[in-house]
Ligand binder design. Structure first.
Ligand SMILES: Nc1nc2c(ncn2[C@@H]2O[C@H](COP(=O)(O)OP(=O)(O)OP(=O)(O)O)[C@@H](O)[C@H]2O)c(=O)[nH]1
Ligand SMILES: [Mg+2]
Length: 470
């Protein structure tokens, strides 16, 4: 990481007028220059500017609009070039391949542009995390909270608390050094008061933050139901590829099969499970062939139950063309934060039968994995649940001031716990050295939140959650 010149597609794949390739690093401008028919136009942008550049690719001419940001006046503080092209995947792929074979240009890792901005001192870690939050915000209040983080406001608030903590730590260390002198500022009560005020400041900060759920990981939506309801077929239809095995024999799926899609601005991981009957308070009773080896069967039941337990949402599939009272009973009997009833195989029903089903179960979704009926409605319904889950953790009725990632929330929590320990030590009259060690831990956690002393593995985790073009 952080060496050479990186390249990524900065726009999402799909139908649009323009696609953008982004390069950052010392070879950004030279590599493009070597493909250009009119390279001198690039000299016209000494600092920042946009030019029409004619490129030659495989003997054909390609007109591009290029924006140049020369170091250090760029997002990464390196030379950055954005190449705007018609949004054609093969075309963009052709140019990307031509650039990647040039010296020093390679594909970017997730979040590597933002990682470079962080490493080169352009932004702090709180701002870097806010970049991901701005990208995945699903509503205005969330966007506003993310932008406050992006502007550096969260970093500034944390830094103010950290400065105060540094001051108190200095006072405490002075107390340790001059333990024999009788100086009123060095009394234990004064120190406890100082730490108490810092605890209050950290608590205020915690109250003004909300944990960002869906932007970090995916919303886990399991496809459950009795054997043969069409769960694997539906997974394949949602993913647009054959990920799971499908057959007319009941009990085909054993291990969970997963795939991720983006629904709106959020990512959903769909998990296809073995067919079975969940029983309240008990393990799932699998619908697998009774002749199966009992150990394998128990393992499959355990895996399936675990997935059901940890799911953010459950789609309960019912074969619309079969006998389903037992399946509806099973659906009603289990508890889940989000559960949706889905009648699949509606292509096998005529119009009156579909209408009667919709009348009897107005909240249910009607789908066909075979011909695609109802899939858009299903995606929209799950998208809605996903957006609601991503808002969890915000104060009721009052949007949070800042969005935080789980890494940031953990840092705040660790800092709070270390301060509590320091207070306990001070109250018990145990040595000041111990309290000072706790304050140092608290300070380290706050610095970790803004990336001043963040170890590489934490950075890797933070940036792994980014999309590649950012
Ligand atoms: N007509 C019709 N057939 C479907 C539909 N969905 C699935 N099937 C068929 O139903 C049978 C079972 O499909 P699967 O997707 O394997 O069902 P499953 O729920 O994953 O089954 P298990 O893994 O055994 O629990 C296959 O023959 C599919 O072709 C549908 O929407 N319409
Ligand atoms: Mg299956």
């Amino acid at each position: 990481m952080l060496e050479g010149t990186i390249l990524a597609c900065a726009t999402a794949p799909g139908v649009s007028a323009r696609g953008v390739l982004r390069l950052s690093g010392p070879a950004a401008i030279p590599s493009l220059r070597s493909l250009a028919v009119n390279p001198v136009v690039l000299d016209g942008c000494p600092g920042f500017g946009s030019v029409a550049l004619a490129l030659e690719l495989d003997g054909a001419r390609l007109d591009a609009w290029v924006t140049v940001y020369r170091a250090p006046r760029s997002y990464t503080r390196e030379d950055v070039v954005e190449v705007h092209l018609p949004s054609s995947l093969p075309l963009m792929g052709m140019l990307a391949r031509a650039l990647v074979i040039r010296d020093g240009v390679r594909w970017a890792g997730p979040g590597e542009f933002t990682l470079r901005a962080f490493r080169n001192g352009r932004i702090d870690l709180a701002q870097a995390e806010a970049v991901a939050q701005v990208i995945s915000a699903t509503e205005e209040a969330e966007l506003r909270a993310a932008r406050r983080g992006l502007s550096g406001e969260l970093g500034a608030v944390v830094r103010a608390v950290a400065d105060r903590l540094t001051g108190t730590l200095a006072l405490m260390e002075a107390c340790i050094d001059f333990a024999d002198e009788d100086i009123p500022e060095f009394s234990g009560g004064r120190l406890s008061g100082e730490v108490g005020e810092i605890v209050a400041a950290v608590d205020r900060l915690k109250r003004s933050t909300s944990l960002r759920l869906a932007g970090e990981g995916s919303f886990h939506c399991v496809l459950a139901g009795l054997p043969n309801a069409g769960k694997s077929s539906l997974l394949n239809a949602l993913l647009g590829r054959r990920e799971a095995l499908v057959s007319e024999l009941a009990g085909t799926t054993r291990d969970p099969v997963r795939g991720t899609t983006r629904e709106g601005t959020l990512s959903v991981t769909w998990v296809d499970l073995a067919g079975g009957y969940p029983r309240p308070g008990e393990r799932l009773v699998s619908g697998l062939d009774g002749r199966m080896n009992p150990e394998t069967r128990a393992a499959v039941e355990r895996l399936t139950s675990l997935e059901l337990e940890h799911a953010d949402g459950v789609l309960w599939l019912v074969d619309a063309a079969g006998e389903y009272p037992e399946s509806i009973e099973a659906f009603e009997s289990f508890e889940a934060a989000v559960k949706l009833l889905v009648f699949n195989k509606v292509d096998l029903l005529d119009a009156p039968a579909r209408a009667s089903l919709a009348g009897r179960y107005p909240a249910a979704l009607l789908t066909s994995a075979l011909d695609g009926t109802g899939l858009d409605e299903l995606r929209a319904a799950v998208g809605k649940c996903t957006a609601a889950a991503s808002r969890q953790g915000s104060l009721a009725g009052e949007p949070a001031r800042f969005l935080v990632s789980s890494h940031q929330e953990a840092a705040l929590q660790l800092s709070r716990e270390a301060l509590d320990r320091a207070l306990d030590v001070l109250d018990s009259g145990a040595g000041l050295e111990l309290a000072a060690a706790d304050l140092r831990d608290a300070l380290r956690s706050l610095e970790d939140l803004i990336g001043e002393v963040t170890p590489d593995d934490v950075l890797d985790r933070v940036f792994a959650g980014f999309c590649v073009g950012k």
